[in-house]
Design a protein around this ligand. Structure first.
Ligand code: ACO
Length: 322
């Protein structure tokens, strides 16, 4: 253990220009705006343009996060990109982003924890920096999930969207009051086949498409989320009533509401973007954080809980003094 602490200095977001409404989807898949909204709360999603890559989205979000912090790429020591949709099987999309940002120094790697990727990434950067491997990290969640969807499968293609969010994480000076206070990460690979792609480099030498047992994911999600949130609160000595903002992974409005109810959260403290962004996997939490910072809800000094759950299953939460 160390008494060092890191804090989130800034966040940034990037969403592709093209917006696809439920009505537009219903022209090509057997679904309806009413079904999607009722079951998920999703109204629309953003979809990357042809030739627009995960690294483009990630680099744009990272640039905005650095602009919001008033820093330059020379100030960054580490780039972590959480993604399930890398530009290529290798090299890491983080390395491509590094190149697009004009960065020759430092370290860069991808992190694969599907929808929990950003929460895992924040925890990884927190550990790296506290262990002396640098002063400042870019943690990016970036996805072009549209590229791994089966657009004929109505049970999955209506749920996801593309986008990227990024955070600048910095080692705090002694006495700094803000910071990442506690984190819990979990995984249980026995559930891998509840949410997966039916292909990949080693198994099929192809990409595969998203496959999911939606009801099974739903059944486990609320319990897993509340488990890590409770753990983080207990470890840091806070209660759910102390939270100013709860920023959950944006998979489904019913999962968000179910977790909020079980935790006894005031719904007014929950940041929701799933209606506009759909599920952007690793990008969903930093996109939601960016939205709430940009509109003035999350302010310096606020107590903010982020959480996510996704394929693996993986899940995790972090409590942050903003
Ligand atoms: N449009 C219209 N009808 C549909 C659609 C659609 N897009 N998709 C499924 N249906 C139909 C089914 O075929 C089924 O029809 P049937 O009764 O004639 O067989 C009916 O709707 C009900 O299907 P269910 O799968 O039982 O519907 P459910 O109420 O469980 O909702 C959903 C499905 C929204 C996927 C839900 O299970 C869910 O939210 N699961 C969580 C999964 C999730 O959010 N995954 C995201 C990734 S994981 C993560 O990020 C945490």
């Amino acid at each position: 253990m160390t008494d060092k602490r890191t804090f989130i200095r800034s966040v940034g977001a990037y969403l592709p220009a093209r917006v696809v409404s439920n009505e537009e989807l219903a022209k090509t898949v057997d679904t309806s705006d009413e079904w999607i909204q009722q079951r998920t709360g999703i109204r629309q999603r953003h979809v990357a343009a042809e030739g627009e890559l995960t690294s483009d989205l990630g680099a744009a979000a990272a640039k905005r996060a650095m602009d919001n912090a008033g820093i330059e790429i020379a100030d960054i020591d580490l780039v972590i990109c959480a993604t399930t949709t890398p530009d290529l099987t290798f090299p890491a999309t983080a390395a491509v982003i590094q190149q697009k940002l004009g960065m020759h120094h430092g370290a860069a790697f991808d992190l694969q924890a599907v929808c929990s990727g950003f929460v895992y990434g924040v925890a990884t950067a927190d550990s790296f920096l506290k262990n002396g491997l640098g002063t400042r990290a870019l943690v990016i969640g970036a996805e072009t999930t549209s590229r791994i969807l089966d657009w004929n499968d109505r049970t999955t293609c209506v749920l996801f969207g593309d986008g990227a969010g990024a955070a600048v994480i910095e080692l705090a000076k002694p006495g700094e009051d803000r910071g990442i206070l506690a984190t819990a990460l979990r995984a249980d690979g026995h559930f891998w086949n509840k949410l997966y792609t039916d292909g990949g480099p080693s198994s099929t030498q192809s990409l595969g498409h998203v496959r999911m047992e939606g009801r099974e994911v739903f059944r486990h999600a609320v319990g897993m989320i509340t488990d890590v949130v409770d753990k983080v609160l207990a470890e840091s000595g806070y209660t759910i009533a102390d939270l100013d903002w709860f920023v959950p992974h944006q998979a489904n409005r019913r999962i968000i509401d179910g977790a909020g109810d079980k935790l006894g959260l005031d719904p007014a403290k929950v940041v929701v973007t799933v209606d506009r962004h759909a599920n952007t996997s690793a990008a969903s939490v930093p996109l939601a954080l960016s939205a709430a910072v940009a509109d003035g809800r999350i302010k310096r000094g606020d107590l903010v809980m982020i959480e996510a759950m996704g394929g693996g299953f993986t899940w995790g939460a972090s409590l942050i003094r903003w």
